[in-house]
Structures are given as structure tokens and as C-alpha cells.
Ligand binder design. Structure first.
Ligand SMILES: [Zn+2]
Length: 160
């Protein structure tokens, strides 16, 4: 039986991950909280290489960030939260879905993915070099399975 099923015995519905990786990294950037304007750290998951299980990626051999993560295995999630406690599942009214979101540690508000991954956010795929340079990368030798959107961009080659 799959590991998630043992971790979540109450869930009857089977989860089909669409992305899998042998290891992952956490990108940490800074932004102003959407609610209280405090300068906070926000994170996004980064994969140097990954298995694209549903053929979604533009460049399956390249690096990618994950957004709108509807499900993440417990072990990589715990690893992320050790570095970034504000990263946890959130149900957002705007999108009507539950996904892994950054929370402000000052006021507790959700920093929605449209904002964090949007044009003014730190992880926008077209972010210029200076923006990408402000991002720190933390590597975890932890395998990962997830249900998420895969984003890829050329600036990602310069993160390292
Ligand atoms: Zn706040």
C-alpha cells in the first residue's frame, strides 16, 4: 500500500502524483505580506530534475518550480517546514482549492499563489536576473511525490 495511505487512513480517495523527484530544493525569497506589509520569507519548491508523470512539462529534462501544490508527501513537507514554518496547506476562497501556500508569520494571512508566483512575486518565471539572484536555495536529499503545476523558465538556470 502507498505510504500516503498509511499516513492518512481517513482518506479513501487515491492520490495520483503527477511529479516525482529523487531530491528537491526549497527556494526562499522575500516579499511584503499582502495583508500587513511585513517583510516575510516565502518559499517555492524547486526540482533540478524530475519525473513528469502526466506530460505537463515543457522541458522535461530541465529544472522546474512547483506551484498550486494540492498534495505533497509528509516527509518533504516536514523538511520544508523545518526551514519555512509558514509553508502549509491552505484552503483559499479565491481558487476554491486547497494547496500548499505561504503564510505570514506575523499576521497569519495566506500569501496566495497568484501573488507569490505572479508577476510581482519572487518566483515569477520571467523574473529578471536581479530578482532571481535574491533567492536562496536549500537542498534536501529527500525524495518527493506531489500533485502540482510545473513551471519552467530560463532564469532558473542561474539559480544555484
Ligand atoms: Zn502579514
Amino acid at each position: 500500500m502507498a505510504r500516503w495511505a498509511m499516513a492518512h487512513p481517513c482518506r479513501m480517495q487515491s492520490i495520483e502524483p503527477n511529479v516525482r523527484a529523487r531530491k528537491f530544493s526549497l527556494l526562499v525569497g522575500r516579499t511584503a505580506c499582502q495583508c500587513c506589509q511585513a517583510l516575510i520569507e516565502v518559499g517555492a519548491l524547486w526540482l533540478d530534475e524530475f519525473e513528469d508523470l502526466d506530460g505537463q512539462a515543457m522541458d522535461p529534462g530541465g529544472a522546474a518550480t512547483l506551484s498550486y501544490m494540492e498534495w505533497l508527501e509528509a516527509k518533504p513537507l516536514a523538511a520544508c517546514q523545518g526551514r519555512l514554518p509558514g509553508l502549509r496547506m491552505a484552503s483559499t476562497r479565491m481558487s476554491g482549492t486547497t494547496y500548499l501556500a505561504n503564510h505570514c508569520l506575523i499576521c497569519g494571512s495566506v500569501q496566495g499563489a497568484p501573488f507569490v508566483h505572479g508577476p510581482d512575486g519572487p518566483f515569477w518565471p520571467d523574473a529578471d536576473e536581479s530578482l532571481a539572484a535574491g533567492i536562496r536555495k536549500f537542498d534536501f536529499a529527500v525524495p518527493l511525490s506531489a500533485v502540482a503545476s510545473i513551471s519552467q523558465a530560463t532564469w532558473m538556470d542561474r539559480v544555484g
